[in-house]
Design a protein around this ligand. Structure first.
Ligand code: UDX
Ligand code: UDX
Length: 480
C-alpha cells in the first residue's frame, strides 16, 4: 500500500474531541509523536496537571490513557508554531459554533477558527503536510482549507523550500461519556479525500487497532455530509420519541412500552429511543442547523423545513417540561424550592453545551422558583455562565443554611447532603447513576408537602416512589 510514513502528528484544539482522540492514537501508536496544541493556556495547564482528576475533560478511562502516554509520546502545549513545523500530519479539531451575526447567522457554522488554523498551517508547515479536518464542519469546508493552502503552494518563490499539502476529512463519531470506548471500538472510521497516498497514511494509523473493513474511504464531500447526516438522523430519533412521549402522557400509553415495541422491529432498532428532557450536546443542534442552511442555500426549502422541525420540536419539548412542572405546582413557583438533579447534557460528562437543563432552569427561574442545582461533575462556575448568573435578582428566600455557593436565585450544591430539606419538588434532568441509588424514603421525609418528583430521564421506579406518598411524574408515562 502506498503511503507516507507518519512520525509526527500535531492536533490543533485540545477540547472534547482533540484531547481524547489524540490520547487514544498516542496509546495505540507508540512510535508516533503526538503534540496537542491549543491557544488556551489554562486548558493546556489542566492537561498537564499532575493530578489526573484535574484534566479539563471528564471522560471515563481518559485519565489512565493520559497517565500512560503523557510526556512519552503525547505532549500538550501552547507551542502552536513549533509543533506545526515539526508535524507531517495536522488534525484540525477546533470549535465551530453557530454564527451569531452576519450571513447565515443562527444557522451556519462560524469557520473563523478553522480558517485561522489553515492560515497557521500554511505559514508554519514545512515540506509535505497532510491536513485532517476533525471538527464537524459544513459540507465543502475542506475546499476552504485547501484553497488557503493552495495559495501558499502557488506563491512560494522558486528558491524557497517547497511546501505541499493534502486535505482529508476524518469526522469524529465519538459520543461524550463513552468517548474512549467509541474511539477504541468504533462502528466505522470514515476518511474522505482525493489522494490515495494521503488516505492510506491515515488508514495505516487506524489499522493499529481498527479492523480494515471498518475503515470506510469516500470522497471529501461525502465524508463531510455523512457526519452531518449521521448526527441529524440521531437527533431526529430523539425528537421523534420525545414527540410521542407527549402523546403518551395524554392518551394513557407509556413511552417506554412504545419504544420497546417499535425498537424490536429490526428495521427500526432499539437504540436512541429513550425519551428525555430534549437533546443537548455541542453537535446535534449545530449540525442540523448546518443542514438547514445548506439546503436553503441550494434552493431546497422543503428539505430545510423538514430538518428544522427536529430542532423546533426539541425546543418545544424543553419548554413543555418546565410548563408542566409549573402547572403541577399550582401554577406558581414563587417561594418554592426546587432541587435540580443533573446539569450536564447527559450522564458521564462534565459538558453542559446545549444541555436541556439550561433552558428548563431558566424557565423555572423566570417563574421565580428558587433552585438548588446539583451535578457530580459540572462546576459552579460553568452553571453560572450558562444561567447568566443574574437572570432574576430574587434572592430573598430562606436557603436552609446550606453550605453552598451563592449566585442569583439559585444555589449550587456540591453534594447531596440536606439539599432536599423543605424542597417542594425534585427534577431529575441528567441520568447520573447516583440519582438512581438515592434513598428516596429519606428524601420523602424531609421535603415539604405536597412534594413532587419529576423524572425526565425515566430512571426511577414509579411504584417505589408513589409508595412513599410522593407525587410522581415521569416522562411519557400516561399510565402511572
Ligand atoms: C468538537 C469539534 O471539533 C467541533 O467541530 C464540534 O462541533 C464539537 O466538538 P470540541 O473539541 O468539543 O469541538 O470543542 P472544544 O472543547 O471547544 O475545543 C476546541 C479547542 O480549540 C479549545 O480548547 C480552543 O481553545 C481551541 N482553539 C480554538 C485553538 O486552539 N485555536 C483556535 O484557533 C481556535
Ligand atoms: C453525538 C453523536 O452521538 C456522536 O456520534 C457525534 O460524534 C457527536 O454527537 P454526543 O452529543 O456526545 O454525541 O451524545 P449523544 O449520546 O449522541 O446524546 C446527545 C443528546 O441526546 C443527549 O442530550 C442525550 O441525553 C440525548 N439522547 C440520546 C436522548 O435524549 N435519548 C436517547 O435515546 C439518546
Amino acid at each position: 500500500m502506498n503511503r507516507l510514513n507518519i512520525k509526527n502528528i500535531c492536533c490543533i484544539g485540545a477540547g472534547y474531541v482533540g484531547g481524547p482522540t489524540m490520547s487514544v492514537i498516542a496509546d495505540k501508536c507508540p512510535n508516533i509523536i503526538i503534540n496537542v496544541v491549543d491557544l488556551n493556556e489554562q486548558r493546556i495547564k489542566n492537561w498537564n496537571d499532575p493530578d489526573f482528576d484535574k484534566l479539563p475533560i471528564y471522560e471515563p478511562g481518559l485519565g489512565e490513557i493520559v497517565k500512560r502516554c503523557r510526556n512519552k509520546n503525547l505532549f500538550f502545549s501552547n507551542l502552536i508554531r513549533e509543533k506545526i513545523q515539526e508535524a507531517d500530519m495536522i488534525f484540525i479539531s477546533v470549535n465551530t459554533p453557530t454564527k451569531k451575526r452576519g450571513l447565515g447567522a443562527g444557522k451556519a457554522s462560524d469557520l473563523k477558527w478553522v480558517e485561522a488554523c489553515a492560515r497557521q498551517v500554511a505559514q508554519f508547515s514545512k515540506g509535505h503536510t497532510i491536513v485532517v479536518e476533525k471538527s464537524t464542519l459544513p459540507v465543502r469546508t475542506a475546499e476552504v482549507i485547501k484553497s488557503i493552502l493552495n495559495e501558499v503552494e502557488k506563491s512560494l518563490k522558486d528558491n524557497s523550500e517547497p511546501k505541499t499539502f493534502d486535505v482529508l476529512s476524518n469526522p469524529e463519531f465519538l459520543s461524550e461519556g463513552s468517548a474512549i470506548n467509541d474511539l477504541l471500538n468504533p462502528d466505522r472510521v470514515l476518511i474522505g479525500g482525493e489522494n490515495i497516498h494521503a488516505i492510506n497514511s491515515l488508514v495505516e494509523i487506524y489499522k493499529n487497532w481498527v479492523s480494515e473493513e471498518k475503515i470506510l474511504t469516500t470522497n471529501v464531500w461525502s465524508s463531510e455530509l455523512a457526519k452531518l447526516t449521521s448526527n441529524a438522523f440521531l437527533a431526529q430519533r430523539v425528537s421523534s420519541i420525545n414527540s410521542i412521549s407527549a402523546l403518551c402522557e395524554v392518551t394513557g400509553a407509556n413511552v417506554k412500552e412504545v419504544a420497546r415495541a417499535i425498537g424490536s422491529d429490526s428495521r427500526i432498532g432499539s437504540k436512541f429511543l429513550n425519551s428525555g428532557p430534549g437533546f443537548g450536546g455541542s453537535c446535534f443542534k449545530k449540525d442540523i442547523l448546518n443542514l438547514v442552511y445548506l439546503s436553503e442555500f441550494f434552493g431546497l426549502p422543503e428539505v430545510a423545513a423538514f430538518w428544522e422541525s427536529v430542532v423546533n420540536l426539541n425546543s418545544w419539548h424543553q419548554n413543555r417540561i418546565s410548563r408542566l412542572i409549573t402547572k403541577k405546582l399550582f401554577g406558581t413557583l414563587s417561594n418554592k424550592k426546587i432541587v435540580v438533579l443533573g446539569f450536564a447534557f447527559k450522564a458521564n460528562t462534565n459538558d453542559t453545551r446545549e444541555s436541556a437543563a439550561i433552558q428548563i432552569c431558566k424557565n423555572l427561574l423566570d417563574e421565580e422558583a428558587y433552585l438548588v442545582i446539583h451535578d457530580p461533575k459540572v462546576k459552579f462556575e460553568q452553571i453560572e455562565i450558562d444561567l447568566e448568573k443574574n437572570v432574576l435578582g430574587n434572592d430573598s428566600i430562606d436557603k436552609n443554611k446550606l453550605n453552598i455557593s451563592k449566585g442569583g436565585n439559585w444555589h449550587f450544591a456540591d453534594n447531596l447532603n440536606k439539599i432536599f430539606e423543605n424542597a417542594d419538588a425534585v427534577i431529575i434532568l441528567t441520568e447520573w447513576d447516583i440519582y438512581k441509588k438515592l434513598n428516596w424514603q429519606e428524601v420523602s421525609k424531609i421535603m415539604r408537602r405536597p412534594s413532587w418528583i419529576f423524572d425526565t430521564r425515566s430512571i426511577l421506579n414509579t411504584n417505589d416512589i408513589k409508595e412513599l406518598g410522593l407525587n410522581f411524574w415521569q416522562i411519557g408515562d400516561g399510565i402511572g
